[in-house]
Design a protein. Sequence first.
Length: 350
Amino acid sequence: MNTSETMENTPYLSICIPSYNGARFLERVLEALLPQTLEANGQVEVIVIDDDSTDNTGEVVENVRKHGPVRYIRNPTNLGIARNIVSGPVQHASGEYVWVWSEHCLIFPGALRKILQLLSIRRRLDVIYVNFRCASYPQDWPAAALGGYAGSYQYIGNDRIADRDVARWDELISAKSGACTQSYAHIARRSVWRKYWTGREIGPDLTGVLTTFPHTCTVAETNFDKPTYYFGEPVLTIYNGAQRWSSLDSRAKAFLQGFPELVVLYERLGCSKSALVECKAFAVSQVEEITRDLLKNWDRQTAKLLVQSVRENWRFEGIATAVWRGFVASECCWPARMLSRLGRLIHRTR
């Protein structure tokens, strides 16, 4: 299935939703969004980019058209997460601004109207940052969300909920909110995406910073020291546990390879020392936890991934130590068990 609806006017904002086997989410997501799109009178287009799914994604999209217009694009082959994310803003979107969602974002009632008002006021800016809330899937996932949803959640992505002008985009970098790694937290001018990705090749998913955080690289390398705006009132709820990268294997690749490279990129671009210290500490904590979990299910691929991470990031402060601590905490073999027990004994003695 490969269909599209032609908008009467060129939209101001394109909302791109890259998806793969996301049928179980898209009905709620589009049910919440499309009525607000309809009220926007052609200022917003919604595009679902289906990465050759094997589920009934196309059927779900067709069924929710009753709530508002949506373009459905099905890739003839599976591009992978990174390529599919980039394809929306670069190939398919026609709006002046592009907002790339995850396939499990639920917009608040009335939020789209506020976003359009903000964009019209801050037209000089290339990038705007919007706050979000985090819930758990499937516990907090709603049975209905017509016109928007702002139900139960676990925490707010960013504690500061006051709107403010930001002199430099990099002032927003904080490990507490994922170091600006969420695509749905940024609304960027389409020309920024297209200029950045012209001539760039995208390799296999989760093999480096570009294929782990293509959206963050786009914003960071084009707007690092430029002004932006922080919209503090949360406008979306995202659902932890619903992400495709939430599996241990994907998290391992993201934090053993992609995230350390992102911190190095931030450092090269001139990130503040305090933010770098925070991000490095976060990276090290994740590497230790992931190493521990990986080694509990040891195999040759795990060994290769860990060795590669240490080899490529040995200059990254704390990575080697974190892998070592994860090894000891895993108790995956008799040396690790012995060292773990020795550590506990020393701790009790102290």
